[in-house]
Design a protein around this ligand. Structure first.
Ligand code: NAP
Length: 255
């Protein structure tokens, strides 16, 4: 029997690379994004062309009903949930100094990144607990946080706070779910070339070239996908609550 992997925010960027990698690893994939399926048909077709069996769910992880819809859609399509990758996340719409940050922006970023991950994990974990183990395991949950969980950026404080929250909720769920046979891990990407970072691309290019950034190159979505794939793999012998830093050029593992 194949495992089913839900990957939130998987229509493009890091999430798409994770969905493709888990599909190539042999999972059925549930692609999730806020846009309608027709907007993301090319991404779905790319997975299908690789022989990956996938379903699409239009849902907002920041919304209670959206989160339940995702689990329901996975069950309807494939009957179970073995892997959840909480990847969907947003940056602030405007980078504003900490002293100018608006409450609206704080609520939006924390609502999607932190609250979305918190309660998406809760919904999936309760389903994993209800189902029979597959290959000796009830499930694996991987949360995509960020180096911003521990590195301060005063022009996007709400993002840093939201990702620090993801780190703590990962530890909390790791502790709570270990006894249920569910592994919970975290991946902390550094700077990865995607739509999210397109506005700072020229600035970071210059900093990398001048050696002002402690990285050798931009990370790629596939770098993050490789880390997630390793954490979801049966070859991964560690227990729960690990995190992997994915930085361009340096893949520092702290396990
Ligand atoms: P991206 O290119 O902006 O893609 C974001 C994806 O999430 C899209 O598929 C988007 O699709 C979906 N999405 C956005 N809001 C959503 C919501 N409320 N509910 C469901 N899906 C939603 O971002 P990315 O760079 O790939 O980032 C992916 C994750 O990695 C994020 O959590 C981000 O914080 C984290 N990260 C990124 C970097 C980086 O350098 N890029 C570094 C560290 C961490 P729709 O727009 O159609 O909804």
């Amino acid at each position: 029997m194949k495992k089913t992997a839900i990957v939130t925010g998987s229509s493009r960027g890091i999430g798409f690379a994770i969905a493709r990698q888990l599909g190539l690893d042999g999972c059925n994939v549930v692609m999730v994004a806020t846009g309608p399926q027709q907007n993301n048909q090319a991404a779905l077709d790319e997975l299908k062309a690789l022989g990956i069996v996938c379903a699409y769910v239009q849902a907002d992880v920041g919304d209670h009903d959206g989160r339940l819809k995702i689990v329901d859609a996975a069950l309807e399509a494939f009957g179970r949930v073995d892997i959840l990758v909480n990847n969907a996340g947003v940056a602030p719409l405007v980078r504003a100094d900490l002293l100018e940050m608006t409450e609206e922006s704080f609520d939006r970023v924390v609502g999607i990144n932190t609250k979305g991950t918190m309660f998406m994990t809760q919904a999936a974990a309760n389903q994993m607990i209800r189902q029979e183990p597959l290959e000796g395991r009830k499930g694996v949950i991987v949360n995509v946080s960020s180096c911003s969980a521990v590195v301060s950026s005063v022009s996007r404080g709400e993002y840093c706070i939201s990702k620090a929250g993801v780190s703590m909720l990962t530890t909390l769920y790791a502790d709570r779910l270990a006894g249920e046979g569910i592994l919970v891990h975290e991946v902390r990407p550094g700077v990865i070339s995607t739509d999210m970072t397109s506005t700072v691309h020229p600035k970071y290019d210059k900093m990398i070239k001048e050696g002002a950034f402690p990285i050798a190159r931009w990370g790629t979505p596939q770098d993050v996908a490789n880390a997630v794939s390793a954490l979801c793999s049966d070859k991964f012998l560690y227990t729960t609550g690990n995190y992997i830093d994915v930085d361009g050029g340096f893949h520092i593992q702290r396990l």
